[in-house]
Design a protein around this ligand. Sequence first.
Ligand code: 1VU
Length: 319
Amino acid sequence: MAAKNVLRRAMLYVPGSSQRFLDKSRSLNVDCIAYDLEDSVTPNRKAEARSLVRKALDLDTPGGVKERAVRINSVGSGLALADLQELAKSQNLTTLVVPKVESASDLTFISDVLAHTRSTQMQPHSHNGSETKGGTQIGVLALIESARSLSNLQEICRATPHMLQGLVFAAEDFALDMSITRTPSLMEFLYARQMIATAARAHNLPSTLDLVTTAFKSEADQETLVNECEQGKGMGYNGKQCIHPSQVQTVQRIFSPSPQEVEWAVRITIAQKRAEEQGKGAWAMDGKMIDAPVEGKARAVVAKAELCGFEVAELREKY
Ligand code: 1VU
């Protein structure tokens, strides 16, 4: 398993057939962009989009993009092989987003194609069987979009442990498959969202990316975005898919610990050392009991805060 410490609070889709969006994405400050070859690209522009995305991968991103992934077409579409063959020409391919993963065989197909590409390019075989391109391990985020996909979640999570880095929930396709209608409360997705977040945790996958908020223009849309982010975070997701740059900052803020949470966590990790010296397993801070699980939570918040760029060392000095 790779990329334990990877930060994917926001993953912004960038349609691969739009040179304007591809150019714009280079200037954005976002944890992850996903160049899209799937739904945002019409069938007659797939070949053009592959080539544009491959070229985009080889350009720098001065704005502060931390990771560039590519969403290929689904294995079931019959287009994934051509996508992978074109992308393999870039030395900068690190992450694939695979849509409509229905069963373990969808992921083993990707793994086999990457391994074949590697062997034909005479790359050395890695010791752990990971799929490498130019010596870089390629990670996969699997989109869960249907009832069948949800039913096969455990086998999907187990299929390629060396490659799978996360699960992503696609609400619109799931609603289509289930013949249900998306409502503002998102209650109709409760079971699916919780299943996905729980399965990702059970299989130690670092990323869980929640549904897209499709409205993005108005102030009311920003409010919807905030509510949906908080709901997803509350279910155990650590990031969210975005479709417009105006969503990124809000998403990344909400999927980071708040300054108050970081301060609370730092205080606990410091006080815990003293409590341990005094032989106390349970102790009190601000009138609340602190014990092992709370300390564990505080350590996780500190680790996440460091990843998100908080000056944790300065806070430690304060206490
Ligand atoms: O004026 P500029 O060109 O400098 O900047 C515009 C625009 O280019 C840019 N922008 C984007 N840049 C990169 N990636 C994007 N996704 C993106 N969207 C917009 O931002 C500036 C303002 O744009 P705008 O408000 O005028 O927006 P438009 O009307 O041009 O575009 C709106 C849509 C929704 C069409 C656009 O944002 C878009 O295509 N988003 C991605 C759609 C997509 O990829 N859908 C499939 C993935 S979602 C899914 O499958 C669910 C699982």
